[in-house]
Design a binder for this molecule. Structure first.
Ligand code: ZN
Length: 390
């Protein structure tokens, strides 16, 4: 399998509805993996029809089409903010009143519930209220995207506009009088970067699959996605490049920092290994009886779930081949975070965790569901607790 970096330059306003048949006109602020996969599959069928390569690329269980996230350049590797990211209600942002991450503090809070030794309440109030310049306002959950650069973090705003549409009279098939409606869309121009907005992510395919998809994309890099495709909306230009290698060595550092922070706050000893799992895309998790669940099965025994901060939702899908809607499925939403503790050393579970990160979790992974990030550096960089300073 080979992973490539994918960048889609937005050429016209794009509007992707969150639900199959919605009376609401909001647009998603990213391109779901299933949407880009569906559009590429349709393009492929138009060009070549259904052949062996089609199954190799689009049906193969090991293929991955990640969500494409808003980006300010064709090379940026954007990240979604985890549900534990908090910022000042009045002056939100990395460069304003700052950002903190609550994951480790929430887990320390849990330890303190099981302990006779109560925790310093100041630690928690510092996470809940903004302490920059004595501001004192609430800290609120901060949703959205950032550039993934812990040294030089920046938020990626998604510019939205409203587009007016005319209603169509069903009987005559012509413009209906006095019927106008507006639809939310993403502006292809970013005022922050003063250039096009991009959507970036990754695809992973077999070598044979890449041979054909590479050719397909080079031959016709322009695709139309979402609402108003026939009116020229949702135009993107795809570009592929080699993916940069992931850095796994930082996990060890992450684990130590987490243990030390918990020790600082709780004044208890913390041995073993800590690791977090953040959902980069919605995940469809089922138990062995195929019932939807919000728990996560790990490929090794002995670890304990310390905290989970999660949201639930539904997955709506469209089967491009059969031209039929797919059954709605319950999901755990992207941005949800789980923190685990394993009593042994990190080396014992490193391989399994890497496999999990590469392959994802749950059902319909080849459509973009169930992509995860182990030990998101965001938790480490913005935990808000300085060592020796609790
Ligand atoms: Zn503030």
């Amino acid at each position: 399998m080979e992973t490539k970096f994918v960048s889609a330059r937005l050429l016209s306003p794009i509007s992707i509805s969150a639900e199959r048949q919605s009376q609401f006109s909001e647009s998603l602020d990213y391109i779901p993996g299933s949407t880009i996969r569906g559009a590429l599959a349709q393009r492929y069928l138009d060009l070549y029809g259904k052949d062996d390569f089609f199954d190799e690329i689009f049906i193969n269980e090991d293929s991955r089409f990640s969500n494409l996230l808003p980006s300010l350049s064709s090379t940026q590797s954007p990240r979604i903010l985890p549900l534990t990211a908090m910022t000042c209600k009045n002056f939100p942002g990395f460069s304003d009143h700052g950002v903190v991450d609550n994951l480790w503090v929430l887990s320390a809070q849990k330890f303190s519930l099981n302990s006779s030794d109560p925790l310093n309440p100041e630690v928690f109030s510092r996470q809940s209220f903004c302490d920059t310049f004595g501001c004192g306002k609430d800290r609120i959950t901060w949703l959205g995207y950032w550039n993934g650069d812990t040294e030089n973090p920046s938020y990626i705003p998604v510019p939205k506009i409203e587009i007016m549409h005319t209603g169509i009279d069903r009987q005559t098939g012509t413009v209906a009088e006095k019927i106008l409606y507006s639809v939310e869309a993403i502006d292809p121009f970013s005022k922050v970067s003063e250039s096009s907005l991009y959507f970036n992510g990754h695809f992973r395919l077999t070598e044979k699959g890449w041979e054909k998809l590479d050719k397909t994309i080079k031959q016709s890099p322009i695709l139309f996605l979402g609402r108003g495709k026939t009116r020229g909306q949702g135009e993107i230009e795809l570009d592929l490049s080699p993916a940069s290698l992931e850095q796994d060595h930082v996990w060890e550092e992450w684990n130590h920092a987490c243990g030390r922070t918990l020790q600082e706050i709780t004044k208890q000893n913390h041995n073993g290994t800590y690791f977090s799992i953040t959902l980069l895309s919605d995940a469809i998790m089922v138990d062995k009886f195929l019932r939807y669940t919000t728990t996560m099965d790990l490929p090794f025994v002995g670890s304990q779930l310390l905290v989970s901060i999660l949201k639930q939702g539904f997955a709506f899908g469209w089967n491009q081949v059969h031209r039929l809607p797919k059954e709605d499925e319950k999901t755990i939403s992207r941005s949800s975070v789980f923190l685990f503790h394993y009593p042994g050393q990190i080396d014992e579970i490193m391989g399994s965790l890497l496999d999990m990160q590469t392959n994802g979790i749950g059902l319909r992974r080849n459509e973009g569901f169930g992509q995860i990030l182990i030990n998101d550096p965001f938790h480490n960089s913005f935990c808000g607790i300085k060592e020796g300073n609790s």
